[in-house]
Design a protein around this ligand. Structure first.
Ligand SMILES: [Fe+2]
Length: 303
């Protein structure tokens, strides 16, 4: 099921999103298709977001199939009738460990596992589990830089690193870098921001925020067609800051509770009656030249 909605409906939907709405088209702006076509902008395409793999996590009460869940997700992706143009991993590829050798072992495992995906064009982000103990030193050995940009079919993608700094900030240097990159684009350019933590204050006392995320949002605000995709909170979530939508994806190891729905943040225990519940990934279909995105939530197991 896919339907279109305008910005007012989006705001209403944001409140319903935890009910598991799938296949909804989120509008990043109000411009019509004809104008986009007139400008000769991007063609439609599909990419896939996978997040919070947490390879190395152990806790049978939370996920008794900790070693098998990632492979199931990969098999599911490979079986999709329509393969994405590329796949983005929005951080926490590994579960944290104090041991630098073990960290590298986990990163190597993930590198080999995602090598089994049919789609070889992949983009990686670090999460704080991967990167906050060594400022992403090990992560970079396996997956490259933690902040960068790329372009795909007319859409400009900006990857922000709000995890290498253990205080969870972007830092002035990165915000300057972001401003300089944005300055190269006109205000109507379709832009997608990929990051791990939410840029807005979803639940700062649960570490669901970016210390200086408001500076990034401020820099993005003059741009009309910005959409943010992130991970970290292990659940689907949709929110607007001004005209900018932010979409969190499910994780692939354990779900976390809705923000402030329980006194203390902790993984949701495994439900034997509903195995893999709350785990998944999403396909993201760019429409109208990057003005709209149709999100479809996928479960871990092969459909
Ligand atoms: Fe995570």
């Amino acid at each position: 099921m896919t339907r279109h909605l305008d910005r007012r409906e989006f705001i209403q939907l944001a409140g319903l999103a935890t009910a598991g709405v799938a296949g909804v088209v989120f509008s990043s702006g109000l411009r019509g298709v004809s104008f986009a076509a007139g400008k000769g902008r991007a063609e439609d395409f599909m990419f896939l977001q996978m997040s919070d793999l947490h390879w190395g996590f152990a806790g049978p009460a939370v996920n008794p199939d900790a070693d098998g869940t990632l492979d199931k997700a990969i098999a599911h992706v490979n079986a999709l009738p329509h393969q994405p143009d590329f796949i983005v991993f929005t951080g926490d590829l590994t579960h944290t460990t104090d041991d630098p050798q073990e960290r590298r072992k986990r990163l190597a495992h993930v590198r080999d596992a995602v090598g089994k995906l049919k789609v070889k064009k992949q983009r990686y982000l670090a999460g704080e589990h991967d990167a906050s103990l060594d400022r992403a030193e090990a992560f970079k050995e396996f997956f490259g830089e933690t902040r960068y940009t790329f372009d795909h079919k007319g859409v400009h993608f900006i990857v922000l690193d709000n995890v290498s700094d253990p205080t969870g900030k972007l830092g002035d240097d990165q915000i300057q870098w972001l401003r300089a990159d944005l300055a190269k684009h006109d205000k109507e350019a379709p832009i997608v921001v990929l990051t791990h933590r939410p840029l807005f204050d979803l639940a700062p006392d649960w570490d669901w925020a970016t210390g200086d995320g408001s500076a990034a949002i401020e820099a993005l605000m003059p741009y009309e067609y910005v959409t943010v995709f992130y991970g970290h909170i292990h659940q689907e979530h949709h929110q607007l800051t001004g005209h900018i939508p932010h979409h969190a994806a499910k994780g692939l190891m354990f779900p976390l509770p809705a923000p402030h729905s329980v006194p203390k943040k902790a993984p949701i225990p495994w439900d034997a009656a509903n195995p893999y519940r709350g785990l998944g990934f999403r396909t993201i279909e760019s429409q109208s030249g990057g003005d709209e995105y149709a999100l479809t939530e996928q479960s871990v197991e092969k459909a």
